[in-house]
Design a binder for this molecule. Structure first.
Ligand code: 13P
Ligand code: ZN
Length: 273
């Protein structure tokens, strides 16, 4: 319990990923939020789990996660500042027994609270854990070109997915299940949390039109890589459109050959869209 939490691998990973997200320009100001499910065994080397700094109510039922530990970015915190002051910008929380609040064990030193998107994060963790018990990360950012595509491209999940698959050969291999798209909803609301979590049962990427993207997965590299790959495809799409549009693209036949070569199954009904 006497180790310095600033040396904890999970804090280092949070610093690294928030810094990278900021440096990409995907999290201006306080944009973006990250939550990382921790095992108690990872936490107790650094924190006394019986020492609760304060209790913070949450506006939804988190009972399915009671007793689970997370490190979460703070609401209103700037990702550019996380590396210089992790204790102010991050918090380690545990979902309380009644599921109606979280116990703060470390962080948010200026009296802060977890991200306003906690409903989407915790509901997504519940969804992802139901389909993949090893899921640990939920990440939200304002990836520039994906966001731009939600203005210029039809918001049909099949068509949007197929366009991304066709922009970079790697895409189909990285997210064969495709991407989901929500209607425009109020950020931070229970409604957007429920809608995001529902989509997360089938895809690890969920687009929020005119806002950003959510990614989920087993570790930071997987989730960062997912968002990075989809965002790269959206960037290529942006250039292609600016260069005058598509003259040739990856054919359906080649996409299928690619899937066969890499042993992935494209989401049914998405290739022939
Ligand atoms: P927070 O600062 O509360 O995490 O909100 C940022 C954001 O991106 C909202 O969608
Ligand atoms: Zn946002």
């Amino acid at each position: 319990m006497n180790k310095n939490i600033l040396d904890a691998p999970f804090i280092k990973e949070m610093i690294e990923v928030t810094t990278n997200l900021y440096n990409h320009g995907w999290d201006e100001r306080n944009g973006g939020n990250v939550s990382y499910l921790l095992d108690k065994s990872e936490v107790i080397d650094y924190l006394d789990p019986t020492k609760i700094v304060r209790n913070i109510p949450i506006p939804f039922d988190g009972e399915d996660l009671k007793g689970r530990y997370f490190v979460v970015t703070g609401s209103g915190k700037y990702f550019k500042n996380v590396q210089n002051d992790p204790a102010c910008n991050l918090g380690v929380i545990r979902v309380a027994e009644d599921g109606q609040s979280v116990d703060l064990l470390w962080g948010y030193t200026d009296g802060g609270v977890p991200t306003s998107e906690l409903p989407s994060h915790l509901m997504t963790h519940i969804s992802r854990l139901s389909v993949d018990p090893t899921n640990r990360i939920v990440m939200h950012c304002h990836a520039t070109h994906l966001l731009a595509m939600t203005f210029s491209h039809e918001l049909d999940e099949k068509k949007f997915t197929k366009t991304l698959w066709q922009m970079c050969t790697e895409c189909l291999v990285v997210f064969p299940e495709g991407v989901s798209i929500l209607p425009w909803l109020i950020p931070g609301s229970i409604e957007i949390g429920k809608a995001t979590a529902e989509k997360m049962k089938t895809t690890r990427l969920v687009i929020w039109p005119q806002h950003g993207v959510y990614g989920a997965g087993r570790n930071m590299d997987e989730v960062y890589g997912l968002i990075e790959t989809a965002e790269k495809a959206a960037q290529v799409y942006t250039y292609v459109m600016a260069q005058g549009g598509i003259k040739q693209t990856l054919s359906v036949e080649n996409l299928q050959r690619l899937a066969d070569a890499f042993g992935v199954i494209p989401r049914a009904g998405y290739l022939n869209e």
